[in-house]
Design a binder for this molecule. Structure first.
Ligand code: ADP
Ligand code: MG
Length: 429
C-alpha cells in the first residue's frame, strides 16, 4: 500500500509513525510534512489547504490511500474531489465537515436531533442584532464565531461589556476574518471536558480511547489558549456507565442524524464533550483527530492502522480490529518561548538522540525543520513527547523524564499534563 498523509504537525507525524509499522505499507508521502516526518516519509512541499494542488500531487503519485490530518482541506472539499475520481480517502466531505466548519450548522443539527448540548440563545449576522440579544441572556455567556478561527473563535464573556468588546472585534473589526461573519450565543456549561473521537465509514463506527487535552499555555489552566499543550488518555476517563450514556444519547443519535439527513460521514469524528451534572453534553464537533489527542491515542493503538484506514475508506470498517493497549498515554507539547504570541524560530534542538531508544517514548515533531545537518525549531508547537505505560503515572514519568533531556533556546512546556486538579470551568481551559 502506498499512502499519502496530508498535514505537517504532530498529529500527522504520529499517524505516519504508526502507518509505517504496518507490513502492508510500502511507501508514505506527506504533504507538506516537517523536519521529523522526513525521516519516516517522503515530504512534498504542497500547502495542505490547497485542494487543487493536492489533487495534482495525487494524480502524479497515485496513492492507494490518502489520510487527511487537518480540517482545512476537508472544509475546502478534498474528499469530494477525491471521491469524484474514485480515489480512496479517509476524511468527510465538505458538507459533512460543516459540523466543524460552521458552529451554527452544528448547533442546529444537534437541536434538530435532540442531542444534549448547551442551550442556544440565537445566531446573528450583525453585531447590532447580537448586541440587542445580550439583554435576554444569562451570564457568563459563551460567544462563538461561526467559521474556522484556529481556536480563537470562542469566548466566555463574564459581562455585557466583555461581550460587546468581543462582538465588535469579530463582527466589526473582522479580527478573525471570514470566520466571524456570524456568531452564536449559547449557555455556559460547567464540568470537565472529554474528547470522544471515533472512526466511521458511514455505516459502522469504532471509538478511539477517550482523551483529554490542555489548551491553556501555562500550568493550572492559566494564560491564553493554544492549539494544545498536551493530552492524555486513560480508560478511567470514561467509566462504563458514562460511556454507555455518551453512546446512546450522543454518538448514535449523531450518526443516525447524519444518515437520515443524507449526509454520509466517513473519517474521524471528534466529539468535544462537557461532563455536566445533567450528563454529557456536546460542546463541539471536529471533523478530524485533535492534534495532541492524536499523539496520545496513536501511542495506545495495538492494531494495523493502515489496514483499518483502508477498510474505512472502502466502507468495510471492522470495529473489532481496533485493539488498544491497556493503561494510559500522555503527550507533552514542547513549545517555543512566547507561543501562542510572538516567538523566535531557527533554534537548534538538542537531546533527541539521547532518548531515541527509550522504550515506550516517542517524540513526534511539529514545528521543526531540518537544516543541513541539524534540526531547528520552525513553529510554536515544536515537539510532542509521547509515552504510553500501564498507568497514567508511569506514562507521565516516562514522558517528563524524556522532556527534560531535550533542549532548545526558550523551550516551554506545561508540568501538569494529566493532572486532574485543573477542573475546567471556563471557556478555553
Ligand atoms: N457552552 C460552553 N460552556 C462552557 N465552556 C464552553 C462552551 N462552549 C465552549 N466552551 C469552552 O471553549 C472551548 C472552545 O470551544 P469549542 O466549541 O471547542 O471551539 P473551538 O475549539 O473551535 O475553539 C471549549 O473547549 C470549552 O473549554
Ligand atoms: Mg474545541
Amino acid at each position: 500500500m502506498k499512502i499519502l498523509v496530508i498535514g505537517g504537525g504532530g498529529r500527522e507525524h504520529a499517524l505516519v509513525w504508526k502507518l509505517k509499522q504496518s507490513s502492508l505499507v510500502e511507501k508514505i508521502w506527506c504533504a507538506p510534512g516537517n523536519g521529523g516526518i522526513v525521516e519516516d516519509a517522503e515530504c512534498v512541499a504542497v500547502d495542505s489547504g490547497d485542494v487543487a494542488a493536492l489533487v495534482a500531487l495525487a494524480e502524479k503519485i497515485a496513492p492507494d490511500l490518502t489520510v487527511v490530518g487537518p480540517e482545512l482541506p476537508l472544509v475546502n472539499g478534498i474528499s469530494d474531489a477525491f471521491a469524484r475520481r474514485n480515489w480512496p480517502i479517509v476524511g468527510p466531505t465538505r458538507q459533512a465537515a460543516q459540523l466543524e466548519g460552521s458552529k451554527i450548522f452544528s448547533k442546529e443539527f444537534l437541536l434538530r436531533h435532540n442531542i444534549p448540548t448547551a442551550k442556544m440563545y440565537g445566531a446573528y449576522s450583525s453585531s447590532q442584532d447580537a448586541c440587542a440579544a445580550l439583554q435576554t441572556v444569562d451570564w457568563p455567556l459563551v460567544i462563538k464565531a461561526d467559521g474556522l478561527c484556529g481556536g480563537k473563535g470562542v469566548t466566555l464573556a463574564p459581562s455585557e461589556e466583555a461581550a460587546r468588546e468581543f462582538l465588535e472585534s469579530v463582527m466589526e473589526k473582522h479580527e478573525l476574518g471570514l470566520g466571524g461573519q456570524r456568531v452564536l450565543l449559547e449557555e455556559t456549561l460547567e464540568g470537565e471536558e472529554l474528547s470522544f473521537i471515533l472512526l466511521t465509514d458511514g455505516q459502522r463506527y469504532a471509538p478511539m480511547v477517550p482523551s483529554r487535552d490542555h489548551k491553556r499555555v501555562f500550568d493550572g489552566n492559566k494564560g491564553p489558549n493554544t492549539g494544545g499543550m498536551g493530552a492524555y488518555s486513560s480508560d478511567d476517563l470514561l467509566p462504563a456507565a458514562l460511556r454507555e450514556r455518551v453512546i446512546s444519547t450522543i454518538v448514535e443519535p449523531t450518526l443516525n442524524g447524519l444518515a437520515t439527513e443524507g449526509i454520509p460521514y466517513q473519517g474521524f469524528l471528534y466529539i468535544g464533550l462537557m461532563l455536566t451534572a445533567d450528563g454529557p453534553k456536546v460542546l463541539e464537533f471536529n471533523c478530524r483527530l485533535g492534534d495532541p489527542e492524536a499523539q496520545a491515542i496513536v501511542a495506545r493503538m495495538d492494531f494495523d492502522l493502515a489496514e483499518v484506514l483502508a477498510d474505512a475508506a472502502a466502507i468495510r470498517l471492522n470495529p473489532l480490529r481496533l485493539r488498544w493497549k491497556k493503561g494510559a498515554s500522555v503527550c507533552v507539547v514542547l513549545t517555543s518561548g512566547g507561543y501562542p504570541g510572538k516567538f523566535e524560530t531557527g533554534k537548534h534542538i538538542d537531546g533527541l538522540t539521547s532518548i531515541r531508544d527509550n522504550i515506550g517514548v516517542e517524540v513526534f515533531q511539529a514545528g521543526t525543520r531540518l537544516e543541513t545537518n541539524s534540526l531547528v525549531t520552525s513553529g510554536g508547537r515544536v515537539l510532542g513527547v509521547t509515552a504510553a505505560g500501564p498507568s497514567l503515572e508511569e506514562a507521565l514519568t516516562l514522558a517528563y523524564r524524556a522532556a527534560e533531556k531535550i533542549h532548545f533556546d526558550g523551550i516551554h512546556y506545561r508540568k501538569d499534563i494529566g493532572a486532574h486538579s485543573g477542573r475546567v470551568k471556563a471557556a478555553g481551559d
